[in-house]
Design a binder for this molecule. Sequence first.
Ligand SMILES: CC(C)(COP(=O)(O)OP(=O)(O)OC[C@H]1O[C@@H](n2cnc3c(N)ncnc32)[C@H](O)[C@@H]1OP(=O)(O)O)[C@@H](O)C(=O)NCCC(=O)NCCS
Length: 168
Amino acid sequence: MNLPPFDIFPLISGSKIRLRKIIASDIHDLLEISYYDAKQAKNLEQATEIQAKIDKDYDDGNSIHWGIEELSTNKIVGTCGYYRGLDKGEGELGCVLLPQFRGQGFMTNAMLLAIDFGLKNMELKRIWAITSIQNIQAIKLLERLNFIKLSDLPDDEIEYELKIEIKP
Ligand SMILES: CC(C)(COP(=O)(O)OP(=O)(O)OC[C@H]1O[C@@H](n2cnc3c(N)ncnc32)[C@H](O)[C@@H]1OP(=O)(O)O)[C@@H](O)C(=O)NCCC(=O)NCCS
């Protein structure tokens, strides 16, 4: 198992996006999607505090949170990462796009990069995600990525698990 914190924060490049560390100058752009424990930041100060907690979670080996950067503009369009389960060699994927960048395929590409890194580099045994039954776009995203429904959870939530194909 190869888990956070890494010697160098993982930079994962695709053809249109890359997953990279979030830096202080990104925080303003990410304000609208700055959450911690389901609480949203109301201003730059709170978003900066949230980023400090996220950085500590990474340093403590509990999570990894990437900014998704569009290569053609160098703008951050959203975030994704593994937020729980790493202590058991598993990873709960989470993700969010800034509203203006939804419906263009950014998250499908970002999740494919994060999943590939999780399986090959972090050697995760299981990858899962939790969403609500009302979150149609998240469900479509997960099913497009080969996640299958595992169970219904309280409060209208559903757990999805990545179907990992074991090659002979
Ligand atoms: C969940 C969430 C990330 C999904 O965003 P999304 O924009 O639907 O996902 P993608 O970036 O992968 O884009 C896929 C959509 O773009 C469309 N699309 C347009 N151009 C595309 C292209 N060039 N390539 C791929 N897809 C493209 C796809 O058809 C698809 O639309 P559809 O689902 O209506 O068929 C977004 O709704 C969000 O941030 N929600 C709030 C946070 C959240 O719920 N997180 C989930 C936690 S599990």
